[in-house]
Design a protein around this ligand. Structure first.
Ligand code: AHR
Length: 663
């Protein structure tokens, strides 16, 4: 954030006694509290879409480290070679064959059986390259990388060298050597490599200097500098964790989305038990979004991530149905299957909350976390609707509440914002599950958000809503919907409406959260990244600004024009909100979704010479950020109120947040 004590684009008149108000006047009444605001309002939704986990937040730099890649609907043997290239040097000869004979364990059935017939045979993992085969493993000169792999020596004699190289084989690190490998058993080897040069396209190259047969599996490479290196999954990419932490999320919803439900066939169901325990024993699964999930970020790691960044965990479990939007799908679970599934869900709650004397609490303790996790809520279903869902929801909910009565349960309210499907779901929830939290999802055109800032004004106050997925969608440019400033401002305007109703809308999160450039399946996304860079979108900055300035109580305010008439949001395209904390801090938000500069007089009733911090995001309507140019970035400055007043000129297309304190 750029800090400025002198305002550049703002014109603020610190002393303007006697001057008549220009433009609109926002008067805030800090002593007039209207309602308590949900303190869990802003969170994040993490789903492994766009390589958010594998190839993203997960620190693993190798793709398909365990040779398990296999599409569920169209399995082909060559998919097991994704990310790998064999016989890459001119020297040596041999053959690498995919094998499942006596694997590392039953959950990790495939490995590479290599038979070297002429010493010097080599093969490479190219990391996360896009479809054009560009990219690879990012390296920073001088940085250390943890390398590990499992080898089984059948009758191999000689050493195995491992190093980071260019695709053509030129050295980019020192060389690790495995030698004198005991025969017959899978054995884990661990090394450290140090990069000698920066690169965005490195490979891990294994060169077999000996001859004979050797089996290879679970080849892993992670930067030593990562978050959670002692978690069983191996840890997370630090720069992305920091980008999430900066959002101050009060909760993390995971692991989906559609991923949580599974698509088309039951083999695709996300089963939390597949994702825990030693990382080499996790049962990888094909992803709804078209790639393999290593589960290196599994449920244990999700809970740890929540702790790491101070967020509450919000796991989403399937409801006994596959993703309803992806018909035709296999039949819903029958009664017996549903009973087993309910037991799985109860086991999950025990894994998080049970003491170390319970079977799943003990498993958690064994994984490194003797204390329970702070699980307070759980969602059953993602985007589901109709009786086929609500009947199963009722059955699951009843059992969960029986055992864990304190858990808040979240009920799906379908995948749309309006219409008969939405109304049907909403009606059913209000009638039958009113004490639960209704999970609304909608992706709408930017202007829809702008025109619906009053959506929640008339929602009953004895029911709660979670806006679990939302984003403003702009028309696609070259096949991708952009994260431009206008979309971010429409979200900001809409969020003033959410804050105004945060006694009924208790949580919300943008979706999707992360996207690896060149490997994305969905746009827009809050944060983009490549191997070594993180791109914060205008939408990201809006989420951060709002999250940083969440009050505890909404306070009264009004917006009037120069004639003293109340101003309507829709005509002025100025959207405002005010709240306070118990310590007296006052938060004011204003969003100008017009192409005109807006002079704004701010009056804080009863205030004297208050001071504070102003954060401003502005730019051209269609401005987007890129890896090479951040065109929309918040600017921070100081603000002073003189006798409770300040004048601000809001630039066209801007959002600002004020944090004010004083006597
Ligand atoms: O956020 C992307 C997808 O959108 C989610 O997986 C799903 O819940 C919704 O349809």
């Amino acid at each position: 954030m750029r800090k400025r004590t002198a305002l550049i684009l703002f014109l603020m008149w610190l002393c303007f006694a006697g001057g008549s108000a220009l433009g609109e006047t926002l008067t805030v009444y800090p002593d007039a509290a209207l309602h308590a605001m949900s303190q869990n309002l802003y969170g994040i939704f993490f789903e492994d879409i766009n390589h958010a986990a594998d190839g993203g937040l997960y620190a693993e730099l190798l793709q398909n480290r365990s040779f398990e890649y296999e599409e569920l609907l169209n399995p082909l043997p060559r998919q097991h070679l994704t990310g790998w290239q064999f016989n890459t040097s001119a020297a040596g000869d041999g053959q690498a064959t995919l094998s499942q004979d006596e694997p590392l364990n039953g959950n990790n059935p495939s490995y590479m059986a290599v038979n070297v017939t002429s010493a010097g045979y080599s093969f490479q993992n190219t990391g996360y390259t896009n479809s054009a085969f560009t990219g690879g493993i990012p390296l920073q000169a001088g940085e250390a990388y943890d390398l590990s792999l499992y080898l089984r020596n059948r009758d191999y004699e000689g050493s195995v060298e491992m190093s980071l190289t260019t695709k053509a084989g030129a050295a980019l690190s020192d060389v690790a050597v495995a030698e004198r490998m005991p025969a017959g058993e899978w054995t884990k080897y661990s090394f450290m490599l140090t990069a000698t040069e920066d690169s965005d396209e490195a490979c891990l190259t294994l060169t077999l200097r000996g001859m004979g047969q050797l089996d290879v599996d679970m080849v892993s490479l992670m930067p030593r500098d990562r978050v959670g290196a002692d978690w069983p999954g191996g840890g997370l990419r630090r720069d992305l964790v920091e980008a999430l932490r900066e959002l101050h999320p009060r909760f993390i919803r995971f692991p989906g989305g559609c991923v949580a439900e599974g698509s088309w066939q039951w083999d695709n169901l996300y089963r939390w038990k597949d994702t825990i325990g030693p990382v080499e024993s996790r049962k990888e699964n094909w992803n709804t979004w078209g790639y393999m999930q290593s589960y290196g970020i599994g449920f244990y790691e999700y809970f740890c991530l929540c702790e790491e960044i101070g967020a509450l965990p919000l796991p989403v479990v399937g409801s006994g149905l596959l993703c309803q939007a992806r018909e035709p799908y296999e039949a819903p679970m029958n009664e017996a299957e549903l009973a087993d599934w309910i037991q799985d869900i109860l086991d999950l709650a025990e894994f998080a909350l049970g003491d170390a004397g319970t079977p799943y609490g003990a498993l958690r303790a064994e994984m490194g976390h003797p204390e329970p996790f702070d699980l307070r809520m759980m969602a059953i279903g993602n985007e589901n609707w109709a009786d086929i869902y609500f009947n199963r929801y009722a059955a699951i909910r009843e059992k969960v509440k029986e055992v864990w009565p304190a858990l808040d349960i979240i009920v799906a309210c379908g995948p749309v914002a309006e219409g008969s499907l939405f109304n049907g779901s909403r009606g059913k929830i209000l009638k039958s599950f009113r004490e639960d939290i209704a999970d609304e999802h909608y992706y709408m055109e930017s202007d829809w958000l702008l025109n619906n800032t009053r959506r929640y004004d008339n929602y009953p106050r004895d029911s709660r809503v979670f806006l679990g997925e939302f984003a403003a969608h702009e028309p696609a440019v070259s096949g991708r919907r952009p994260n431009n400033l206008y979309s971010a401002l429409c979200e900001a305007a809409f969020m003033t409406g959410i804050e105004r109703n945060s006694d009924a809308v208790v949580m919300c999160c943008y979706a999707p959260l992360l996207a690896r450039t060149g490997m994305d399946q969905w746009t827009p996304d809050l944060i983009w990244f490549n191997g070594s860079q993180v791109l914060r979108t205008p939408n990201y900055y809006i989420q951060r600004m709002f999250s940083e300035t969440l009050g505890e109580e909404m306070v009264d305010f009004d917006l009037k024009d120069a004639e003293g008439e109340a101003v309507k949001e829709r005509t002025s395209r100025l959207y405002t909100m005010a709240s306070r904390k118990a310590d007296g801090t006052l938060y004011v938000k204003a969003v100008n979704v017009s192409g005109e500069e807006k002079p704004l007089t701010l009056r804080v009733d009863g205030a004297g010479n208050w001071q504070g911090r102003m954060v401003l995001l502005y730019g051209e309507r269609s401005a987007v950020n890129s890896f090479t140019q951040e065109r929309v970035v918040p600017e921070e400055s100081q603000i002073l109120l003189v006798e409770g007043e300040a004048r601000i000129v809001m630039p066209p297309y801007c959002a600002l947040t004020l944090t004010l304190t004083g006597e």
